[in-house]
Design a protein around this ligand. Structure first.
Ligand code: NAD
Length: 356
């Protein structure tokens, strides 16, 4: 198969971790006889320096013309004083909206060899933690009207949260489709005892569930879900929720797994093209020192193969190589513990590659 991947290396540790992910992708291409071509698409602070804007038109076009986009991370203190409309993160928001990415998927899985990194009690972690959070990405309160006005001599701020049926239906389908490939359990999270948007959400998700008789659906209030996620995360398979709740719960879910450097994410819209990235930022404190953990980005590349290119065996191969590298005791600084072997970003990438 031939695939064209747009590559956004970004800022800080971005170029280091993306370099390792591309090297792993190239190893997979060699082994399975695929041809991956990489088109550079500058975005973020480096694009502000070179082009004056965080997302040059040429980069946007390269992403829209690609089969999928691989992203490191953008941003850093150098660009913090940019006006809000020209900050590195603006490039990312513009890209997400231009690509019509309405779903964000983050797996939360505790790696067998990193069980000690899980902050939950050992008996809770031992039950197994392996679920995904499917978050609606371009609706709800983040995209509603925001205003601050003076009323009766004091300031009053309002943020509007809105959802239409079609927005709920399409994200629900993403969750149910994903559940079909997993343990066939969807937990839909809302606040239907208080919010109208949640009552609409619950009704539409229940309607969509009727199209998936093999998948079990259960509804849960967001406050309870936040508690259940630390009390017994083994009960979750696919969690689906709206933008604001998903923002918070997906961070909680990531924390459970122990390290921010290990977790990939995918954002998708209609069709098979997606944006794949690690969940962490550009880590300016360790940039350029060969200290970054590339595993989150390498697993993001595996997600790209699985979900956008329908290459399940190739994705399994990468995930197995990561597991075996961890089993061999190799660790980057963020997950290093007494008795394990400390390696840098480049060596971690090479060790994973050699197990493909
Ligand atoms: P961060 O995720 O970059 O870093 C938080 C901490 O985790 C740091 O101590 C960092 O060294 C460590 N860390 C992160 N990734 C790591 C990895 N792969 N290996 C080892 N250690 C790792 O968050 P921050 O410091 O709040 O943000 C830094 C910059 O990144 C900011 O400009 C922020 O806006 C940007 N950011 C970008 C994205 C994105 O591009 N999607 C996401 C979040 C933050």
């Amino acid at each position: 198969m031939k695939k064209n991947i747009a590559v956004i290396r970004g800022d800080g540790i971005g170029p280091e971790i993306v370099g390792e992910a591309i090297a792993v992708l190239s190893a997979v291409a060699d082994k399975y006889g695929h041809t991956f071509t990489y088109t550079e698409a500058p975005m973020g602070g480096n694009a502000i320096d070179a082009f004056g804007v965080p997302l040059p038109e040429s980069s946007l076009e390269a992403c829209l013309a690609s089969d999928s986009v691989l992203l490191g991370a953008v941003g850093g203190p150098k660009w913090d004083s940019q006006p809000p409309a020209n900050r590195p993160e603006r490039g990312l928001l513009k890209l997400r909206s231009a690509m019509g990415l309405y779903s964000n998927v983050r797996p939360a899985r505790v790696f067998r060899d990193l069980a000690d990194a899980c902050p939950l009690r050992a008996d809770i972690a031992a039950k197994g933690i392996d679920f995904v959070v499917v978050r609606e990405l371009i609706g709800g309160v983040y995209f509603g009207e925001h205003k601050t006005e003076t009323v009766d001599g004091e300031q009053k701020a309002t943020d509007i949260m809105a959802y239409s049926e079609h927005e709920v239906r399409r994200i629900a389908r993403v969750a149910f489709d994903m559940a079909l490939r997993r343990r066939k359990r969807v937990t839909s999270i809302d606040k239907a005892n208080v919010l109208d948007t949640s009552r609409l959400w619950r009704r539409v998700v229940t309607e969509v569930a009727a199209e998936y008789p093999d998948v079990e659906l259960r509804h849960m209030y967001v406050d309870n879900a936040a508690m259940q996620m630390v009390r017994d995360p083994s009960q979750f398979d696919v969690v689906v929720t709206e933008n604001l709740f998903g923002d918070i719960l997906s961070d909680e879910a990531s924390q459970i797994t122990g390290s921010i450097g290990m977790i990939p994410s995918s954002s998708m819209g209609e069709g098979t093209r997606g944006l794949y990235e690690p969940i962490h930022g550009s880590a300016p404190d360790i940039a350029g020192q060969d200290k970054a953990n590339p595993i989150g980005t390498i697993l993001a590349a595996a997600m790209m193969l699985r979900y956008s290119f329908d290459m399940a065996a190739e994705a399994d191969d990468i995930e197995r190589a990561v597991d075996e590298t961890l089993s061999a005791g190799l660790r980057c600084g963020d997950i290093w513990q007494e008795g394990t072997i400390l390696v840098g970003c480049r060596e971690m990438g090479a060790e994973i590659r050699k197990r493909i």
